[in-house]
Design a protein around this ligand. Structure first.
Ligand SMILES: *[C@@H]1O[C@H](CO)[C@@H](O)[C@H](O)[C@H]1NC(C)=O
Ligand SMILES: *[C@@H]1O[C@H](CO)[C@@H](O)[C@H](O)[C@H]1NC(C)=O
Ligand SMILES: *[C@@H]1O[C@H](CO)[C@@H](O)[C@H](O)[C@H]1NC(C)=O
Ligand SMILES: *[C@@H]1O[C@H](CO)[C@@H](O)[C@H](O)[C@H]1NC(C)=O
Ligand SMILES: *[C@@H]1O[C@H](CO)[C@@H](O)[C@H](O)[C@H]1NC(C)=O
Length: 487
C-alpha cells in the first residue's frame, strides 16, 4: 500500500550529482574487476585446494551483524507488537495473506482500518488480528494542507499502535495488509539489537529507481520494518508536529523517514525484508535469497503466484508449510556439486531446487536469474539493487527447475523436503561439460536437521547422492567443515 506509489514521484526533487555518478561508475568498474578475478580464481583449478588466502577470507566472512546485547532476557515473540495497515475495501482480498502468518493468541498487534468493518465481516474472527479504526485526521489543524490523507493515516498508524499501551513491548513491527511476515525469523533478527536504543530497521526497494525517487536510506513500508520501543515512543510524541512541518510530503514512507531523520535516526538496512517492487515471475529472486534470514514478502497481488501450479493464496499457504517447520532455513540457498556428473545443485530451502549440467561457481549462482521485471518497465539499467543473470537458452546455463512439494519429519530427527520437476527442460544435454543429462530426475529429496536451526547469516553444506539414470536425487545437509571450500 504505502509502496504502490513509485510511479508518480516526479514531485520529489532529484539531483544525482556528477560526483555520485562518478563514484558509482568507479565502484562498478572495481567490482567488475574483482568479480572477474574471483571467477577466474575459483573456476580454473579443478582439483582446488584451499590456499591460506581463501581460508583467511572465509574466516572473516560471517561476522557482519551489529550484535549488541543487553543483560536483559532474550527477546521473544511476546515482545513484539505488530501494526498492520489495511483498508475495508481490500480486506476481503488480503485477509488470507495476513492469516497465513498471524498466530492467534500468540502474536500481539492490530489491523488498522480506515472505517469500521461492514456487516459481512462481523463477528470479527479470532483468526485475524483484532481491528482498530484509525483516528479521524480531518480534525487536525493541518488537514486542509494535506494532499493525500490516506498516507497520513498510514504513518499515524505507528503512533496509534503505540497508544494502545501494550506492556513489555520491545519492538513495533509495521506492515501492510499484503505483507507476509516471517515471525520466527523476525524474533531472531530483532533479538540481536539493543531494544533500549533507537532503531529503525527495514529495507529499501529492490529497484534502483524506487530508491532514487525516494531515498536509498528509507524503509519501504510494504516490506515491513521495525521500530524499537524508545523510538516508537519518541515518534508518538513528535509525529503530529512533523506532519505539520511537512504537510505536502505525501508519501507515508518518505514522511516517516523524514520525521525519523529529524529525530536523528537513520535506517539500519536488513536484506531479509522484501518490498518486491517487481512484476511477473519472482522465482529467480526467491531461488537466490541473500545469506540472511528471510523476513517478509510483499506485493503478492502484483506478481505471479510464486508456485507455478497454484494460485496466489495457495502459493503463500504452501510456502508457510515449510515456514512453520524451519523458518531459519526458509529460502536459504545451499549449493553443492556432483563432481561425477559435473552438475551443480542450488537449493532454496522450502521453495525450489535448480540442477545445472555444469559446474558453476557459487558467486555466480548467488545472482538471481532475472525471471522478473522492474516496477517501472521503461527504465534504464541498472534496474536492481543486486546483480542478476539473464536467462539464456544455453543448455550449460539453463537449470532444470524443481519446486517445493511436500515436507515431513522423519526418524533420526530429520526434515525431508521434496521438490518436483515443474516442466521438462526441453533442451539437449550440456555436452561441453560432463555430458550427463539430468532429464530423468523427477524429484529431489533434501534432508536437513530438525533440531538445529541455521544461525542467522550462516550456511549449510550438502552432499548429493545420485545413481545414474535414477529419477530421484537425495541431498543431505550437514554443517560445513572448518574452512570448507565448495567449488
Ligand atoms: C543489568 O545491568 C545493570 C547495569 O549494568 C545492573 O544494574 C543490573 O543489575 C543488571 N541486571 C541483571 C538482571 O543482571
Ligand atoms: C518472553 O520473555 C519474557 C521475559 O522477558 C517471559 O516472561 C515470557 O514468558 C516469554 N514469552 C514467550 C512466549 O516465550
Ligand atoms: C484465543 O483465546 C481465546 C480466549 O482464551 C479463545 O476464546 C480463542 O478461541 C482463541 N483463539 C484461537 C484461534 O485459538
Ligand atoms: C553425449 O552423450 C550422448 C549420449 O550419451 C552421445 O550420443 C554424444 O555423442 C555425447 N556427446 C559428446 C560431445 O560426448
Ligand atoms: C521412478 O522410479 C521408480 C523405481 O525405479 C518407479 O517405480 C517410478 O514409477 C518412477 N517414477 C517416475 C515418475 O518415473
Amino acid at each position: 500500500m504505502s509502496s504502490t506509489i513509485s510511479s508518480n514521484l516526479s514531485t520529489i526533487p532529484q539531483n544525482p550529482t556528477p560526483l555520485s555518478l562518478g563514484t558509482l561508475c568507479k565502484s562498478l568498474a572495481i567490482s567488475g574487476l574483482i568479480l572477474f578475478l574471483f571467477y577466474t580464481f575459483l573456476f580454473n583449478p579443478p582439483n582446488y585446494r584451499p590456499s591460506d588466502l581463501l581460508s583467511t577470507i572465509n574466516q572473516k566472512w560471517p561476522t557482519s551483524s551489529p550484535i549488541i546485547s543487553t543483560n536483559s532476557t532474550k527477546t521473544n515473540i511476546s515482545h513484539i507488537v505488530f501494526g498492520i495497515v489495511g483498508t475495508m475495501d481490500t480486506w476481503s482480498n488480503k485477509k488470507a495473506y495476513i492469516e497465513a502468518w498471524w498466530r492467534p493468541n500468540v502474536t500481539r498487534g492490530y489491523l488498522f482500518l480506515d472505517r469500521p468493518p461492514t456487516e459481512e465481516f462481523q463477528p470479527w474472527p479470532s483468526t485475524s488480528p483484532p481491528f482498530r479504526v484509525n483516528e479521524d485526521i480531518t480534525k487536525l489543524k493541518v488537514f486542509p494542507k494535506i494532499p493525500r490523507p490516506s498516507h497520513v493515516r498510514i504513518v499515524r498508524t505507528i503512533m496509534e499502535t503505540f497508544r494502545q499501551g501494550d506492556k513489555d513491548v520491545r519492538w513495533y513491527v509495521m506492515g501492510d495488509d499484503d505483507t507476509v511476515l516471517m515471525v520466527d525469523n523476525l524474533v531472531e533478527v530483532l533479538a540481536k539489537y539493543d531494544h533500549t536504543k533507537s532503531y529503525y530497521i527495514g529495507s529499501n526497494s529492490d529497484c534502483v529507481k524506487s530508491n532514487l525517487d525516494f531515498s536509498f536510506n528509507m524503509a519501504f513500508g510494504g516490506a515491513g520494518y521495525a521500530l524499537s520501543y524508545p523510538l516508537a515512543e519518541a515518534l508518538a510524541t513528535k509525529l503530529d508536529d512533523c506532519i505539520e512541518r511537512y504537510p505536502d510530503m505525501y508519501v507515508s514512507d518518505f514522511l516517516l523517514h523524514s520525521c525519523l531523520a529529524d529525530i536523528g535516526v537513520a535506517l539500519t538496512q536488513n536484506k531479509g525484508f522484501h518490498q518486491i517492487d517487481l512484476h511477473n515471475d519472482i522465482s529467480g529472486l526467491l531461488s537466490a535469497h541473500p545469506q540472511t534470514p528471510f523476513l517478509s514478502l510483499h506485493h503478492i497481488d502484483t506478481i505471479d503466484p510464486i508456485f507455478p501450479s497454484m494460485d496466489r493464496f495457495e502459493s503463500i499457504n504452501h510456502l508457510m508449510k515449510a515456514a512453520k517447520t524451519d523458518q531459519s532455513r526458509l529460502l536459504q540457498q545451499t549449493i553443492c556439486y556432483h563432481r561425477q556428473n559435473t552438475w551443480s545443485l542450488s537449493i532454496s530451502w522450502g521453495y525450489s531446487t535448480y540442477i545445472y549440467e555444469n559446474i558453476i561457481p557459487r558467486s555466480i549462482l548467488w545472482r538471481p536469474l532475472e525471471t522478473f521485471r522492474p516496477w517501472v518497465a521503461d527504465w534504464t539499467p541498472p534496474l536492481y539493487m543486486f546483480n542478476t543473470r539473464w536467462p539464456s537458452d544455453n543448455p550449460c546455463e539453463v537449470p532444470h527447475l524443481f519446486f517445493f512439494d511436500s515436507i515431513e519429519h522423519i526418524e533420526g530427527d530429520q526434515i525431508v523436503t521434496t521438490y518436483v520437476r515443474a516442466l521438462p527442460r526441453g533442451l539437449p544435454t550440456c555436452s561441453f561439460a560432463g555430458n550427463h543429462s539430468a532429464d530423468p530426475i523427477t524429484k529431489i529429496k533434501v534432508f536437513s536437521p530438525a533440531s538445529t536451526r541455521l544461525e542467522g547469516g550462516g550456511r549449510d553444506c550438502c552432499d548429493i547422492e545420485y545413481m545414474d539414470g535414477a529419477n530421484v536425487t537425495e541431498v543431505k545437509y550437514r554443517a560445513c567443515m572448518k574452512y570448507e571450500v565448495i567449488a
